[in-house]
Design a protein around this ligand. Structure first.
Ligand code: FES
Ligand code: FE2
Length: 370
């Protein structure tokens, strides 16, 4: 593979003329995916789940981060904890479906049991028939292995290496752009689980942070003219935004999106859309392999307003349709990477896709393949 002999990024790095995108192999190769799982994701804060989905003590949710099975747990103190979702006996994947486990997380294989803080509470018959603890085995050292976790309002982030910067510091450029929101008031009103989209996770993020496609792809679902958009390029916060003019708002079709909006991300996989005056949408994008990404969207109100069932249904339908339009493009971006033409990564608009370019530069830096 070219990335091993050092020249695979030559076109991406070219400085004269219009810049190129990442070479196709960054979206298709198993080697690059492994590099993301070993280096890029573990060393940063990866968005992993929603607090409201773990409402009660004992609620658990198995998740996948950087190809690894992890488990989110609501502990008795009310904290959300994350553990490697692996039994310490024979390393079986411990929990395979969300639910409530009561007080103990039991392994189905030989009945080892862990409490909600991860401590090993039972390892029946491990020392023989009389249930002795074998010599040299320390139950205290065989609890579930914790993963560093940060909670930001309804959103759970994990840092596998344990060495990333403090989350508050990391997220500061994004937080600054969400000023004016009273996060105490945000309320999830609908969840759309799209399952697996047949595309590399990076295409879903890149698509979200460039405004260039909106008027073409979302011609029937939105009324957001290209000229009213601009990009956001600020460290680990990339995105686009639109301040909708009164004229556009007045001319907008019924049931389409025509409001001032912020389309923001926190590298690598957190996406938040802010729709003025009172709505947020957060996408969980779980990279599952070079060409598979699990995506979920949660729609929030921000002012504590009450929506009727019909209003919630209309919002859900609108966002479902918008995402489906994006998925089709992202799946075709993926399909195009099978062509030799895509080896050079295509070209990026210096005006509308500088956000994409910065995202791709973070990918190169994060995988340390420079
Ligand atoms: S693998 Fe879990 S108890 Fe044996
Ligand atoms: Fe889109």
């Amino acid at each position: 593979m070219k990335q091993q002999n050092g020249d695979w990024l030559a076109i991406f790095k070219e400085n004269d003329g219009v810049k190129h995108g990442l070479p196709a192999q960054a979206y298709t190769s198993d080697e690059f995916w492994q590099r993301e799982c070993e280096k890029l994701f573990p060393e940063t804060w990866v968005f992993a789940g929603f607090v409201h989905e773990l409402a009660k003590t004992g609620d658990v949710s198995p998740i996948n981060v950087a190809g690894r099975p992890l488990l989110l747990v609501r502990s008795p103190s009310g904290e959300i904890k994350t553990f490697h979702n692996v039994c310490r006996h024979r390393c079986l994947k411990l929990v395979d479906a969300p639910g409530n486990v009561g007080k103990l997380i039991r392994c189905p294989y030989h009945a080892w049991a862990y409490d909600l803080n991860g401590s090993l509470r039972a390892s029946p018959y491990f020392g023989g028939n009389d249930d002795k603890v074998p010599e040299g085995f320390e139950p205290k050292e065989n609890g579930l292995v914790p993963v560093r976790t940060a909670i930001w309002h309804d959103w759970i982030f994990v840092n596998l290496s344990g060495t990333a910067r403090e989350f508050e510091e990391y997220a500061a450029p994004l937080v600054a752009r969400l000023e004016g929101i009273d996060f105490e008031k945000i309320e999830p009103v609908s969840t759309i689980d799209f399952g697996e989209v047949r595309t590399n996770w990076k295409f879903l993020i890149e698509n979200f942070i460039e405004p260039y496609h909106v008027q073409f792809v979302h011609a029937t679902t939105t009324d957001q003219p290209l000229v009213e958009h601009y990009t956001v390029v600020d460290g680990v916060c990339m995105g686009s935004a639109i301040d909708v003019s009164e004229k556009t708002a007045a001319e907008a079709g019924c049931g389409t999106l025509a409001v001032s909006s912020r389309y923001l991300t926190l590298f690598p996989n957190f996406i938040v859309g802010r729709y003025f005056p009172d709505q947020l949408g957060v996408h969980l994008n779980i990279p599952m392999g070079p060409d598979r990404t699990h995506q979920k969207r949660v729609i929030y109100t921000t002012e504590g307003q009450t929506l009727s069932d019909d209003e919630i249904q209309a919002l859900t339908t609108l966002w479902h349709d918008v995402h489906k339009e994006d998925h089709e493009m992202c799946e075709r971006l993926q399909a195009g990477r099978a062509s030799d033409v895509a080896a050079g990564g295509g070209v990026l608009s210096p005006y509308w896709e500088d956000s994409v370019r910065l995202f791709q530069e973070h990918i190169v830096a994060g995988t340390d393949l420079n």
